[in-house]
Design a protein around this ligand. Structure first.
Ligand SMILES: Nc1ncnc2c1ncn2[C@@H]1O[C@H](COP(=O)(O)OP(=O)(O)O)[C@@H](O)[C@H]1O
Ligand SMILES: [Mg+2]
Length: 224
């Protein structure tokens, strides 16, 4: 039985030769031409697996991929057990603490780990493409800050500052809409990103792109 159903995929929990496993099956989109659908779906699967591996090679935790089945459009991967999404964790902290500065204090170490992880990812030229707090998992006790990145179906391999800036902007929009009143936590992600980026020139370019895109976004909202 599917445990989770997203816009693009169903997820099933099981085991793979005795190891806890998630099967992520991308379903057929009937509104698309069958050949186009098949091509897009297998591209997503390839991007997902490729970026997952590239991240792992850069020292970022990702679920280990066990197997891919292109017939059924499924990826079999390690289940991160007792995991909560960063989204759930932030919601729990916000719900259990009313004092805003204590909320910030509790979330700051997590924000730092997120910023450092994204800097490592961008240093390897992986663009996630769908950065949200639902696509980040915390394994075990959230206080251990064992962060996993998941859901790389929209990822690409891209060196440009523009794409990295857009990646951060996507996260900012998702972050602030999922977690209102937490601009300070997001700012903390960005400053940790800044500290972690080894290449200062690239870092500067990415952050100035981020600002540029923010301004464009704001202008659009003012006009529209
Ligand atoms: N390897 C995994 N281990 C544990 N939970 C997972 C794993 N992969 C996905 N999940 C859970 O399933 C949800 C949806 O998976 P995701 O890959 O993000 O698919 P979608 O494209 O539907 O967003 C995640 O937000 C997470 O809660
Ligand atoms: Mg997802």
């Amino acid at each position: 039985m599917a445990v989770l159903q997203g816009a693009e995929a169903k997820l099933y929990v099981g085991d793979f030769y005795g190891r806890p496993c998630i099967m992520k099956e991308r379903f057929v989109k009937n509104y698309r031409h069958p050949t186009l659908d098949k091509t897009l779906t297998s591209q997503r699967i390839k991007s997902e697996v490729r970026a997952n591996l590239r991240c792992k090679m850069s020292g970022i935790q990702t679920p280990t991929i066990f197997m891919i089945n292109f017939e059924t459009n499924s990826i079999y991967m390690e289940e991160i057990q007792d995991a909560v999404t960063v989204r759930q964790h932030i919601n729990t902290v916000q719900a259990s603490e009313t004092n805003p500065s204590l909320v910030f204090e509790q979330l700051q170490p997590l924000a730092e780990v997120i910023g450092q992880t994204l800097a490592k990812m961008h240093t390897s030229n992986v663009i996630h493409g769908d950065l949200t707090t639902s696509n980040m998992l915390l394994e075990g006790d959230p206080k251990d800050l064992s962060l996993f990145l998941i859901d790389f179906g929209l990822s690409s391999f891209e060196a440009s500052a523009e794409d990295k800036g857009v990646d951060l902007y996507v996260l900012e929009r998702a972050f602030l809409s999922s977690h209102p009143n937490s601009q300070n936590v997001f700012d903390c992600i960005i400053s940790a990103y800044k500290n972690q980026m080894i290449d200062r020139t690239v870092c500067k370019e990415v952050l100035s792109k981020l600002n540029e895109i923010r301004l464009r976004g704001r202008k659009r909202t003012m006009v529209g």
